[in-house]
Design a binder for this molecule. Structure first.
Ligand code: ADP
Ligand code: MG
Length: 356
């Protein structure tokens, strides 16, 4: 029996692809079995509002921003941790499946697994499944992103012991406690990478009376952002518009400025982590004293955030390997070991009519 399945499995691997999709608020990644992460694009879709047709996806859509006639708008499929626009999300999923299939054509349709924001509704789940099926998928599986991120880092999600993972993305942060293949406690908050960018913009306006764009703010965050004081001062030049003269102006700011700008949002995030810990059964949470808390997503790369959190929560904090690709890699691991990870998948009822 098992041998037969293995043979069937082997055959399917020869004639069809395994594709994993991480539909993030900021970035969308695609994992292709045997190749690794083959697509890494901003989660943006350009739509022609006159015809309602999608005309570009990913970086091509992002490049169009600000250079397009007014009837073309850029849309994000996932906003604030929910699929904001089903059509746009479906077009994005179809585009990604087709693009990955083209790189490595196989005769049979692919098996597809899609990572979705945690707490997704049944209706959303089925919309994702339908989009993948319409794009030619032979089988579709759905997994919650923090779960996929933990699996991407090979954390023991199936064990009875608790695993805490905090995924700090662009639009949302997800704090999840995982045990026995399921998410036993979680919190999703709208404080994440985009919030830090907004914080930096507001701080520069209030403190230096300079207006900067979001791209400049993000660049400062990446280059000199730090959650705690480091051994030396980091400096960065920033260019914006002087609020008083209305003219362009360049000044130098330091990591201290970025820290002050982000402080309140980091506090909000830390408070949410505390809240999740406090509301998790003690026998599950006590495991984390040994194993620690894991950080994933782009926000995990903020220098010193791990140290800061460890100091406050009083448990070790680790950044997963390559936090920006952890979810995509996790979808790949699940497809490679479907038997082992079948319990972590989001189940949905195929037969039920979609509730209105
Ligand atoms: P999502 O899963 O929501 O698409 P990602 O995990 O791709 O989000 O993370 C995107 C966010 O991570 C962005 O806000 C980006 O600015 C931030 N980010 C990426 N690299 C870094 C870095 N080195 N330091 C701080 N923030 C970063
Ligand atoms: Mg993500």
């Amino acid at each position: 029996m098992t041998g037969g399945q293995t043979l069937k499995e082997k055959l399917f691997r020869l004639i069809s692809n395994d594709i994993g999709i991480d539909l993030g608020t900021a970035n969308t990644l695609v994992y292709l079995r045997g190749k690794g992460v083959v697509i890494d694009e901003p989660s943006v879709v350009a739509v022609n509002n006159k015809t309602d047709r999608v005309i570009a996806v990913g970086s091509a859509a992002k490049e169009m921003l600000g250079r397009t006639p007014p009837h073309i708008s850029a849309e994000r499929p996932v906003v604030d941790g929910v699929i904001s626009n089903f059509e746009v999300a479906a077009e994005m999923i179809a585009y990604l499946i087709n693009k990955a299939e083209k790189q490595h054509p196989k005769p049979l349709g692919p098996r597809v697994i899609v990572g979705v924001p945690s707490g997704i509704t049944n209706v959303e789940t089925r919309a994702v499944r339908d989009a993948a099926t319409d794009a030619g998928a032979r089988e579709v599986y759905i997994v919650e992103e923090p779960m996929a991120g933990a699996i991407g880092d090979r954390l023991p999600v199936n064990d009875a012991k608790g695993t805490v993972i905090i995924d700090i993305g662009g639009g949302t942060s997800d704090i999840a406690v995982i045990s026995l293949g399921g998410i036993v406690n979680s919190k999703n908050l709208k404080v994440a990478g985009d919030t830090f960018n907004q914080d930096i913009m507001a701080y520069m306006r209030d403190t230096y009376k300079i207006l900067i764009g979001e791209k400049t703010a993000e660049k400062l965050k990446l280059e000199i952002g730090r959650a705690i004081e480091g051994p030396e001062v980091k400096e960065g030049k920033m260019r914006g518009r002087d609020l008083i003269s209305g003219l362009p102006k360049e000044i130098t700011v330091t990591d201290k400025d970025i820290r002050a700008a982000m402080a309140q949002s980091i506090e909000t995030l830390v408070d949410a982590v505390k809240e999740v810990i406090e509301t998790t059964p003690p026998e599950i949470i006590s495991d984390t004293i040994e194993s620690g808390i894991f950080l994933s997503g782009g926000g995990a790369l903020i220098e010193g955030l791990d140290e800061y959190l460890a100091e406050i929560v009083k448990v070790p904090v680790h950044v997963v390997a390559d936090p920006l690709t952890a979810v995509a890699r996790g979808t790949g691991v699940i497809l490679e070991h479907l038997d082992e990870y079948k319990d972590v998948l989001v189940s949905y009822d195929n037969e039920l009519p979609i509730a209105s």
